[in-house]
Design a protein around this ligand. Structure first.
Ligand SMILES: C[S@@+](CC[C@H](N)C(=O)[O-])C[C@H]1O[C@@H](n2cnc3c(N)ncnc32)[C@H](O)[C@@H]1O
Length: 387
């Protein structure tokens, strides 16, 4: 495909997404219909679509229209390119620019420039103060691919060396002592020796740093209450000899845990909801709660436009409910850890304050926010102990 044909494909996909089709579904459908597209074309079209979703408002301003075509005109202008060089009408390239398109387009300001919904920008300002704009701008860029090195199997330099044997380049990242940032060959990771033998696991740097910030002293049993794919449970298993348990209200979300645990050489026992009372109490319970995902909107940019006030309120209610349920599973003198991949205080500090106000036997030990400007995803963790 020519560069122009790739842009036209992105225009068509953005229009479908704007009409309500989920981005992944739209891309899969396009892939099936476009047998002529090679792997490089597919990656390029995907990149165009995801970058336009990250910068949905600012590109529409720059392009002068809230359409796929307007946004891709804006995308080219944002990178200093003249859209007329791509919108040539030749072959499968987009049609020539109209006079209106040539004169339309303004520099984005305010929430347009931050690429957030107006009310979300207000939430960012309440939560992050002067850091709100910087966080919003960081979410307009592509997320790095980060790895967690299992330090029981070797150093970060050992891992970098093993990855290099499979033509994958990585460098250490200061966000966590286990963190690597992949700079080349990320697509080869799943078949690389370092991955298959458990020396590295895919995990964002903030998630790694947050799991390292948990004080595990004296914890002989640890429950990951919202385990999902088990990323946090695996990170804890790598730094503790405690018995590790995984639970999720939706057990199908845990289906990858046995394979991942086997690769890491650790044991993670899954517990059904009905069996929790029998297995409790646990010394440490982690709630990596469902959230808006605002700290991960670089990876899932569609989510930032789909979040509504109603959904956010429902999430905060669920988060408080999960905290209360999890607290009841902690042994006397034990620890409760709450985390989200959100930057919003309504999902983080406010939930902890509400919990501590309602339960006088609990005390805050440590709370920390990881900003998206630190290099990893936005993340929050708080550790509490029962008196
Ligand atoms: C943020 S994800 C967890 C990600 C996971 N910890 C990881 O590192 O890959 C939140 C998880 O909470 C689960 N969940 C939602 N409501 C729950 C509840 N009431 N009790 C337990 N888990 C719940 C969801 O199914 C989802 O898998």
């Amino acid at each position: 495909m020519t560069p122009g044909a790739r842009i036209q494909a992105a225009i068509d996909l953005l229009d479908r997404i704007d009409a309500g089709e989920p981005a992944e579904k739209a891309l899969t459908g396009w892939g099936r219909r476009s047998r002529f597209a090679g792997s490089g074309d597919r990656a390029a079209v995907r990149d165009h679509v995801f970058q336009a979703l990250r910068c949905y408002r600012s590109y529409a301003c720059l392009g002068g229209a809230q359409t796929g075509r307007g946004r891709m005109i804006g995308a080219l202008r944002a990178t200093g390119l003249d859209p007329a060089e791509v919108f040539t009408g030749a072959g499968h390239a987009p049609a020539l620019l109209t006079d209106t398109e040539l004169s339309a387009g303004t520099a984005p300001v305010g929430a347009d420039a931050c690429d957030l919904n107006d009310w979300v920008l207000e939430e960012f300002r309440t939560s992050l103060g002067e850091g709100a704009e910087a966080a919003a701008l960081a979410l307009r860029t592509r997320a790095p691919v980060m790895l967690r090195v299992d330090l029981r199997r070797g150093t970060r330099d050992d891992a970098i060396g093993l990855l290099a044997e499979d033509d994958i380049s990585a460098s250490t990242h200061p966000i966590a002592t286990t963190a690597l940032c992949v700079t080349k060959g990320a697509r080869r990771l799943a078949r690389s020796r370092a991955f298959l033998n458990g020396m590295v696991e895919l995990q964002d740097g903030s998630g790694q740093a947050a799991m390292q910030a948990i004080n595990l002293d004296g914890g002989r049993s640890i429950l990951d209450f919202c385990a999902g794919g088990g990323g946090k449970a695996l990170a804890l298993a790598a730094r503790s000899d405690a018995r590790i348990y995984a639970h999720d209200v939706d057990p199908s979300r845990m289906q990858d845990i046995p394979t991942r645990a086997a690769r890491a050489g650790v044991q993670i026992e899954q517990i059904a909801t009905s069996a929790l009372p029998r297995k409790a109490p646990f010394d440490i319970v982690l709630c990596d709660a469902p959230c808006s995902g605002s700290g991960t909107w670089r990876r899932a940019p569609e989510a930032k436009w789909r979040l509504t006030r109603e959904r956010l309120t429902a999430l905060t209610q669920l988060q408080s409910q999960i905290l209360a349920e999890a607290a009841a599973l902690v042994a006397p003198g034990g620890q409760l850890v709450y985390s989200t991949c959100s930057l919003l205080s309504t999902e983080n500090e406010d939930r902890i304050d509400a919990f501590l106000n309602a339960k006088s036997e609990w005390k805050l030990v440590h709370a920390q926010r990881f900003d998206v400007t630190d290099g990893g995803d936005g993340f929050f963790m708080a550790q509490m102990t029962r008196a």
